[in-house]
Design a protein around this ligand. Structure first.
Ligand code: TYD
Length: 209
């Protein structure tokens, strides 16, 4: 039985998820809440190996379907090895990306049917659903500019149009689940974004203190 709290952050690369996750974890830990931070794809030894394949620019030929199955494979291992045990132990789990990324990138961006992406993830996720998801909304061109000279991985090398569809995807998914998903403007200052996240999350964390 789940006793912990599961929070995910979503958004385009460069939206500032990592900064917010670090701050949220630090604040929760300072309050004595046992906190696990993790990410997808990856989060386990096997998941990190799958991540290398997914992000390697050498695999230009990778089909959207192959991509979706590999993300789901990484997620299956991650949920079973890391997320579910931590939630069972009553911890706070903060995850950098989860199922919504597969819907936004592989369905909205890559063109797979959203129902199919949900279907292949069903067994991986089982009943493991985030309690709250924050979408850091950003213009893809701004995201690219923020990444600057850093070498683009296979996903980041996809077209501007692809990333525009991904952004739109996150917004549409959020619109359908307003009780779980909160959209925040990634152009706001990191302080303002963190305050918004904390105000929203604090009541959820009261059961862990
Ligand atoms: P991320 O770790 O956020 O990249 P970085 O370390 O460069 O900030 O995510 C890797 C990429 O994988 C990112 O471009 C989004 C993509 N992705 C999907 O396409 N589908 C998914 O289900 C997940 C979890 C990530």
């Amino acid at each position: 039985m789940k006793k912990g709290v599961f929070i995910t952050l979503e958004g385009l690369d460069g939206a500032g998820k990592t900064t917010q996750i670090k701050r949220l974890a630090a604040k929760a830990q300072a309050l004595g809440i046992e906190t696990v931070t993790t990410r997808e794809p990856g989060g386990t030894a096997l998941g990190d190996a799958i991540r290398k394949i997914l992000l390697d620019p050498a695999y230009k030929e990778m089909l959207p379907l192959t991509e979706a199955l590999l993300y789901a494979a990484s997620r299956a291992q991650h949920v079973e090895e890391v997320i579910r045990p931590a939630l069972r132990a009553g911890k706070l789990v903060i995850c950098d990306r989860f199922l919504d990324s597969s819907l936004a990138y592989q369905a909205f961006g890559g063109g797979l049917a959203a129902e199919y992406v949900r279907y292949i993830n069903e067994e991986a996720v089982k009943s493991c659903k985030p309690d709250r998801t924050f979408v850091l909304d950003l213009d893809p061109q701004e995201g690219q500019a923020r990444k600057g000279q850093m070498k683009a991985d296979r996903m980041e090398q996809k077209s501007l149009d692809f990333h525009k569809r991904v952004r739109e995807g996150f917004l549409q998914i959020a619109q359908k689940e307003p009780e779980r998903m909160v959209v925040l403007d990634a152009m706001e200052s990191p302080e303002a974004i963190f305050n918004a996240i904390w105000t929203n999350v604090a009541p959820l964390l009261s059961i862990l203190r």
